[in-house]
Design a protein around this ligand. Sequence first.
Ligand code: FES
Length: 81
Amino acid sequence: MSDPAIGGRTPAAVEVTAGEELWWCACGLSSSQPFCDGTHEDTEFSPVQYIAPETKRVFFCTCKRSKNAPLCDGSHKELPL
Ligand code: FES
């Protein structure tokens, strides 16, 4: 599998509600980062379901390099310039 596109270089802070279902973009091509907009259709990637465990602010990965996807793990700091 090839690397996904870099969708952004900083995480996206999102206020989520307990039980809310969201679909995180894994391909990096969505125009609605960090979420899927269907652009992955012709790629090898599929969106990742996220169900909020509680109501709070979370930081979604946009660089698509996180080892803790869909949430940020700081990997964007290691991106080449
Ligand atoms: Fe990227 Fe759907 S647009 S996974």
